[in-house]
Design a binder for this molecule. Structure first.
Ligand code: ADP
Ligand code: MG
Length: 398
């Protein structure tokens, strides 16, 4: 390495990071790609670190460093050439984040990431700070999982502490009257990867919503209008902004998101996923410290998209206005759309794009797989319900 002291470099980069500089992103998936596109639009250079050199952000980045989430030397390489570093994935090791922070500001930082990247730590943190969460237990063995399911006394979902997403690393117990016996628990334990997990009581949901909050290093906060989210097989299917919930719930949900951001002293974005139960309770499901699938619509729904906001927060720029511009819906396009009838076929995008207000975003993933997020459709309309109808109609034409 050079004779520079890393601390000097960090000092040199204090204050706003202005266009022309390079931004580093841990993760080159679709979120990194769309964040990178926003950064490029604003005149930044984009450096990405990802284990897969053919990642979606690779097509739009100036530099791609092929490396794993635990590779601290690669993390140093990323940060050394960048004026600010951010991330699009939770799994980056705190060792890598700490190493990167020796060379450039890393937003969000390792302390918050350590809490969020482990479901057990995250749930305990939320409960400890008085945020509303559903009934849960922690299990570190099949025996503890059996005891946890018994204590929760109802259908439950076990979720691995680390590494899960889109319902992966999760297992359902006692659904549809199924017995929760030693055999069922052994199978569930294997499904979560035979590893420490959170066991949650399965809640009777009225709706799912999410709230995106951005916090700048100087403490400025912007809270987006809530999105309403519909999942199928534990994967997001469609989202609308604004959510169809009463004003009092909007205020409550935004208040929770703001307080979580403040308590963490967040620098960056945080998506707060919330459950609205049938009996009217708002409970925090989980946190995502990055752009979020449910806010892809913010590119059209809000004055400032989540992706530009992520860049602003990472660069210590003033945060952008998050007011609603127009009701917007998005529908995810999973690999399944390509894989109907047992073979790969190109969806009829021409038909979908003929619907008024519809736009297409693809992530340039080369191989469609079942459950893999390949892109999304968006639609605007005079109401969120109409936007959703349009986007779902467009998707049905593919
Ligand atoms: P992921 O990291 O895969 O997004 P989540 O914990 O958000 O994991 O679970 C995915 C989805 O599964 C949720 O959005 C929700 O639809 C459903 N789900 C998860 N936990 C519960 C629960 N305790 N009660 C009811 N539904 C749940
Ligand atoms: Mg989730």
């Amino acid at each position: 390495m050079t004779g520079f002291m890393p601390a000097d470099l960090v000092t040199k980069h204090a204050g706003p990071v202005l266009p022309g500089a390079a931004i580093g992103i841990f993760g080159g998936g679709q979120l990194g790609r769309m964040m990178g596109i926003a950064a490029r639009s604003m005149g930044y250079k984009v450096h990405v670190l990802d284990p897969d050199p053919a990642c979606p952000a690779g097509y739009i980045a100036d530099v791609v460093i092929e490396a794993g989430w635990n590779d601290r030397w690669a993390a140093a390489n990323l940060a050394r050439d960048c004026a600010a570093v951010t991330l699009e994935i939770e799994q980056v090791s705190t060792v890598s984040l700490d190493e990167a922070a020796r060379w450039a500001p890393v937003r969000p930082g390792a302390a918050m990431m350590a809490v969020i990247q482990d479901r057990i730590e995250q749930k305990n943190w939320l409960a400890k700070h008085g945020f509303p969460v559903g009934a849960y237990r922690v299990a570190r063995s099949a025996e503890q999982l059996l005891a946890a399911a018994g204590e929760l006394a109802g259908p439950a979902i076990a979720k691995s502490a680390t590494g899960g997403y889109d319902g992966r690393g999760q297992s359902k117990l006692g659904f549809d009257g199924a017995a929760v016996d030693a055999a069922a628990v052994r199978q569930a334990w294997e499904e979560v990867g035979s590893t420490a997990c959170v066991v949650e009581l399965a809640l009777d949901l009225e709706k799912e919503i999410s709230v995106m909050v951005a916090r700048a290093p100087n403490g400025e906060i912007k809270v987006y209008p809530p999105a309403e989210n519909f999942h199928e097989d534990q994967i997001l299917s469609w989202s609308i902004i604004p959510a169809g919930v009463p004003a009092a719930l909007v205020t409550e949900a935004q208040g929770i998101a703001r307080e979580i951001a403040d308590t963490f002293a967040l620098e960056g974005l945080l998506a707060v996923e919330l459950f609205l139960t049938k009996d009217g309770k708002l409970l925090v499901n989980e946190l995502a410290p990055r752009p979020h699938n449910s806010y892809h619509g913010s590119e059209r729904a809000c004055v400032t998209s989540q992706f530009e906001q992520a860049v602003r927060a990472a660069c210590d720029l003033p945060l952008g206005d998050v007011s609603l511009v127009q009701p917007t819906a998005i529908a995810n396009l999973l690999g399944d759309v390509w894989l109907r009838d047992g073979s790969v076929h190109e969806p009829a995008f021409d038909k979908a794009l003929a619907i008024d207000g519809v736009r297409l975003t693809l992530y340039e993933k080369l191989k469609p797989r079942h459950g893999r997020k390949m892109g999304h459709l968006s639609a605007v309309a005079s109401t969120a319900a109409e936007a959703r109808d349009r986007v779902l109609q467009a998707k049905s034409l593919l």
